[in-house]
Design a protein around this ligand. Structure first.
Ligand code: GLN
Length: 260
């Protein structure tokens, strides 16, 4: 069992819509509950904190203004980012952060905020906002699981040929409201529109990302299960509200972590 994990929290003061910082808290807690030492490194604009050595990088969402404020710093860190990913760091970016991992986000005012191009996609604001609860089926290597979250974005994201969506929307809008794609994955880099906080609502996803991140430290086993009784009850409730009451089928709500 790995004994330590370092989580880099990018722009915690600027990118924190709908308590996106909760994702970092969940990762930290779930690692500590398994006896690991956890370092959470806050990485702000121009503060010199390094991405190197982070097992996992988490970036939340933000309004157009906040995205503009972090874009320059992110561009300056592009090489550093690429190096970290090459060395096995896992990246999770939500909504505004996700858009900035792509090529650009063109806002409703026609301003083009440049991204760092880790994901081959671009985003253009539409006239309406896409708002509401989301249920989507997520691919996690060998298995699929229904993921619940909340979205609120003007941006419509379009994936370039060869780039795969991370999830398939069952309920909600996802990347663009047209093709049922949600988020994108390239290797160990993940982007999604789902706030929630995402990992509080989906402990199976939290553990999967944690485990992937620990591979960087040579850990390839299974994480010991935790007691997710309350989380599972909340997920059943969401499933009922978002899927079954609308007459849809969802065979994938059970999470991987089933310990009592
Ligand atoms: N400002 C972006 C948009 O509206 C991202 C919003 C968000 O992070 N929720 O599309």
């Amino acid at each position: 069992m790995a004994t330590a994990v370092t989580i880099g929290h990018l722009y915690p003061d600027l990118l924190d819509l709908y308590s996106d910082r909760g994702n970092v808290m969940i990762l930290e807690k779930r690692a500590r509950w398994r006896g690991m030492d956890v370092e959470v490194r806050r990485i702000g604009v121009g503060d010199g904190a390094e991405l190197a050595g982070c097992d996992l990088l988490v970036m939340g969402g933000g309004m157009d203004r906040e995205q503009n404020l972090v874009a320059r710093d992110l561009l300056d860190r592009r090489r550093e980012f690429e190096r970290a990913v090459d060395e096995g760091t896992v990246v999770l970016a939500i909504c505004g952060g996700y858009q900035l991992l792509g090529e650009y986000f063109e806002t409703g005012r026609g301003e083009k905020i440049p991204g760092i191009g880790l994901l081959d996609l671009y985003t253009v604001a539409g006239e309406s906002r896409m708002v509401g609860n989301v249920a989507a089926v997520c691919r996690m290597d060998g298995r699929e699981e229904t993921i619940f979250g909340y979205e609120n974005h003007s941006g419509r994201t379009f994936l370039r040929p060869g780039t795969e969506p991370w999830m398939r929307v069952v309920q909600g809008f996802g990347n663009n409201g047209e093709d049922r794609g949600e988020g994108a994955r390239k290797g160990r880099v993940f982007g999604t529109y789902l706030h929630g906080p995402l990992l509080a609502k989906n402990p199976g996803l939290a553990d999967w990302l944690l485990r992937l991140a620990l591979e960087r430290r040579g850990f390839t086993g299974e994480l010991p299960p935790l007691n997710d009784r309350w989380e599972e009850a909340a997920r059943k409730n969401l499933e009922q509200r978002l899927i079954r009451l609308k007459g849809m089928e969802s065979p994938h709500v059970g999470s991987g972590s089933t310990g009592e």
